[in-house]
Design a binder for this molecule. Structure first.
Ligand code: IYR
Length: 220
């Protein structure tokens, strides 16, 4: 296909204005926390769809956008997902996860109980597509894990920007989601993200983020 180009422009910042904006954004993002207890207060589907469409602006290999975002608000389906996820999580916590893993998680206070799967007004289940299926013909996608990971980053950022909260949840294994959501063969579950308002007086673990010297190496 012939490359086709269109003009692109965006607001450019420099100097003090740029510095102030970079600081403002960093402090805003520094305030984001993963929340594990949700209020049952609903969030409108339009808000959720705008957030997902923000995620879907993410860059992807050959712009294939190899993702599907399933939004579950049905109480019956949320309950079925909770039952299936807790079954896997029970086995994980009780026999599958090695002691080192359990020790690494102990500060979070998590266990196999996942009430947020019913409390949160919506569950966003992200699927990755290693290939597309067009009339039963396989069309390859590229850098699928990277692309879907970036889209999930955009999703979490958009949720935070809207003043809502989320949890990046990975019940393991996640195959039960393909069946429950009746997804086609080319879609594999990637992340399950409950979204909503935080429960009243919610607490979060007192974690520390690595500082600049631990995450940045400057080559001048
Ligand atoms: N998926 C499990 C366990 C879990 C694993 C990691 I790595 C975490 O950072 C948090 C939890 C659960 O959701 O409880």
């Amino acid at each position: 296909m012939e490359p086709k180009f269109i003009p692109y422009s965006k607001k450019i910042l420099r100097g003090e204005e740029l510095l102030a904006e970079s600081r403002r954004h960093y402090h805003f993002m520094e305030g984001r926390r993963t929340v594990r207890e949700f209020s049952t207060e609903p969030v409108s589907i339009e808000v959720i769809e705008n957030i997902i469409m923000s995620a879907s602006t993410a860059p992807s290999g050959a712009n294939k956008q190899p993702w599907t975002f399933c939004v579950v608000t049905s109480p019956e389906l949320k309950s079925q997902i909770r039952i299936a996820a807790e079954k896997e999580e029970y086995d994980s916590y009780n026999s599958r996860m090695p002691q080192e893993w359990l020790d690494d998680l102990s500060y979070l206070g998590t266990d196999w109980n996942k009430p947020f799967l019913e409390d949160a007004p919506a569950l966003i289940i992200v699927f990755k597509k290693s290939y597309d299926l067009e009339n039963e013909v396989k069309k390859t996608n590229y850098y699928v894990t990277e692309s879907v990971g970036i889209a999930c980053g955009f999703l979490i950022q958009a949720i935070h920007q809207c003043g809502l909260v989320a949890l990046t949840h990975t019940p393991s294994p996640m195959n039960f989601l393909c069946k429950l959501l009746n997804r086609p063969i080319n879609e594999k579950p990637f992340l399950l993200i409950p979204i909503g308002y935080p429960a009243e007086n919610v607490m979060v673990p007192n974690i520390q983020r690595k500082d600049k010297n631990q995450v940045i190496i400057n080559y001048k």
